[in-house]
Design a protein around this ligand. Structure first.
Ligand code: TIU
Length: 223
């Protein structure tokens, strides 16, 4: 059944059965002190406001038995999938692969790499491990979306102008229609949050649509 949610630059129309919630990189390494985000010099508290609205949307998708997927940015313990350039970037004292307070930074299997408890995936929800910023690069995300019959994505996660925006651009180029929930995405830079959201919805929705968790929850409750 076609569902319509108030959005910008105009209403977003989607079929719930062919729509997935894609939660990007809500990992301790980005959201909590002592992780990669903080190692980069950021104030991780700025990401916190996105957690609860995302949880509300996650619960709504689960109640409706709609598709939910999660992503995690990170690397193999042997780091063979980490470009040396990525590791060197920032000249960090403690960088990717180094031991930090939550284990080796951005390494699969380490505590910091895990998704925060509030948004913990269910066993039935695919988790995409990605080595890059975009969730389509060097992953099986596209195969999984195709097998699930997904055509539209509702996007949440962090950070808005890095992994969220990269993924939405990748998805848009592949023909997926993306609705970004602006209160469910967050950036370490308020000015980048605003700019990234503006870029997505500008030019008639050149990359996608923007709405809020409240608007989506309203229509999901009635769907
Ligand atoms: N640094 C930053 O803003 N983001 C990342 O490195 N990864 C994600 O956005 N997940």
């Amino acid at each position: 059944m076609e569902t319509i949610v108030k959005a910008q630059p105009y209403e977003f129309r989607f079929e719930p059965a062919s729509t997935a919630l894609l939660i990007i990189d809500m990992q301790r390494d980005f959201v909590l002190p002592g992780g990669f985000g903080e190692m980069l010099g950021n104030n991780v508290a700025l990401l916190k406001p996105a957690i609860e609205p995302t949880r509300q949307v996650l619960e709504a998708f689960r109640r409706k038995h709609l598709a939910v997927l999660h992503t995690r940015e990170g690397h193999r313990p042997d780091m063979s999938d980490c470009p040396p350039t990525k590791r060197a970037r920032g000249r960090l004292k403690i960088g990717i692969g180094d031991q930090g307070p939550m284990g080796r930074v951005l390494i699969r299997g380490e505590r910091g790499h895990g998704i925060i408890e509030r948004l913990e995936p269910l066993l039935s929800e695919p988790v995409i491990d990605k080595p890059g910023k975009g969730a389509f690069f060097a992953t099986d995300l596209e195969l999984i979306l195709k097998n699930l019959g997904i055509r539209s994505l509702v996007v949440a996660g962090v950070t808005t102008e890095v992994c969220v925006q990269t993924t939405v651009r990748e998805a848009n180029d592949r023909g997926y229609e993306c609705l970004v929930l602006e209160d469910c995405v967050a950036s370490y830079f308020p000015e980048f949050q605003r700019a990234a959201i503006d870029m997505i919805k500008a030019q008639g929705g050149i990359v996608g649509w923007v709405s809020t968790s409240d608007e989506l929850l309203k229509v999901l409750a009635g769907a």
